[in-house]
Each structure stands twice: as C-alpha cells, then as structure tokens.
Design a protein around this ligand. Structure first.
Ligand SMILES: CC(C)(COP(=O)(O)OP(=O)(O)OC[C@H]1O[C@@H](n2cnc3c(N)ncnc32)[C@H](O)[C@@H]1OP(=O)(O)O)[C@@H](O)C(=O)NCCC(=O)NCCS
Length: 164
C-alpha cells in the first residue's frame, strides 16, 4: 500500500524521470510494453522531454516518503512546426502527466494536475491543452478538472482548459 506523498516543483535533474512518465503515458493501455528506448527516440514522444528544462517549461513531481519520484505533470510550449499531439496554438502550453503504476488511483494524478493548472494560470497562460486517447479513463479525470474536448480524431481527443 503506497505511503504518504508530497509534491515539489520539477527541476532540470528530473528530465530522466519525466522520460519514464512519457513511457508510462505511451504504454498506458494494460499490457502496453513498448521499450523505453523505442518510445523516447520516436519524435512524437521525445519532443515532450528533449532538452528539459527550457525557460518556458514547468512541472511538478510527486515524491514518496523516501523522496523518490512517483509521478509528474508538466507542460511545454511546442512550436507550430514541431507540434505535440495536443497542439492548439502558438504559445499554448501542452500538458503531459504520468504516475508510476503502484501509485495510481491514490489521488496523485489529480493533485499534480491541479498544481500545474494553477501554475500555468500564474504564468499568465489563459489555456492549457492535452491529448488523450478515447478509451483512456484519464479523459474523465481531465473533464472533471475543467478540460473540454475541442477536437476529436479517430484515436485521440484534444482537450483544452480555459483557465479564466
Ligand atoms: C492517468 C493518470 C496520470 C492518473 O493519475 P492517478 O494518480 O492514477 O489518478 P487519481 O488517483 O488522481 O484519480 C483521478 C480519477 O481517476 C479515477 N481513476 C483512477 N484510476 C482509474 C482506473 N484505472 N480506471 C478508471 N478510473 C480511474 C479515480 O477514481 C479518480 O476519480 P475520483 O477522484 O472521482 O475517484 C495515471 O493513472 C497514469 O499515469 N496512467 C498511465 C499513463 C496515462 O494514461 N497518462 C495520461 C495520458 S493522456
């Protein structure tokens, strides 16, 4: 049974852990087992962590009582000519989130999401976007935190939180 956790701001040294969370997100489906190397060398995934941490990047890391990272939510502002799955416009941050399997369904993801949205607003952003596959339960989590579907593809939805 997981123990207590806390949340801290992400720092440059978290890049490798954020890579782990990109792998968790890409492998979210039960039985998903694409290799870390394969995922993190694929352009559509590596753009979420390459060169972490840039000036416009921001994120939060959840840590357990030993200060080991257990989950993270972060955003990047991706370029129009190198867009993420959830790109909606110039200068709109795109969110990525992942929690280690043993810690899921304990409130960590929602807590991280809330911290990141509050931070994005404090940085002057009026929107934050993400991409989620249709059948991922995380979609209900995002909806309950104020995200709405703005574009629906064959596999993924783009969701946006207008943080006014
Ligand atoms: C999606 C994810 C980040 C959510 O984090 P989490 O810590 O597990 O989520 P929380 O515990 O905060 O739960 C949030 C809500 O989702 C629900 N939930 C959690 N796990 C669930 C599951 N397996 N199936 C259905 N609902 C679930 C919870 O009941 C909760 O709702 P509630 O507050 O109304 O009870 C995490 O599960 C994860 O890393 N999943 C794999 C990677 C992934 O899918 N990333 C997102 C890609 S878009």
């Amino acid at each position: 049974m997981p123990d207590a956790y806390s949340i801290r701001a992400a720092v440059q040294a978290d890049g490798s852990f954020l890579g782990d969370m990109v792998v968790e997100a890409a492998n979210w489906r039960a039985g998903g087992a694409r290799a870390r190397h394969e995922i993190l060398t694929a352009v559509e995934h590596r753009r979420y962590v390459t060169g972490w941490m840039r000036p416009a990047d921001a994120g939060f890391v959840a840590i357990d009582s030993d200060e080991s990272p257990i989950g993270a939510a972060w955003y990047r502002i991706l370029a129009q000519d190198d867009p993420g799955f959830g790109y909606v416009g110039t200068a709109v941050p795109e969110l990525i989130i992942g929690v280690r399997p043993v810690w899921r369904a304990h409130g960590v993801g929602r807590a991280l999401l809330r911290r990141l949205v509050v931070h994005a607003r404090s940085q002057g952003h009026s929107r934050i976007s993400l991409s989620v596959e249709h059948d991922n339960f995380a979609k209900a989590l995002y909806r309950s935190e104020g995200f709405i579907v703005t574009e629906s593809g064959s596999v993924r939805d783009t969701m946006v939180n207008r943080m006014s």
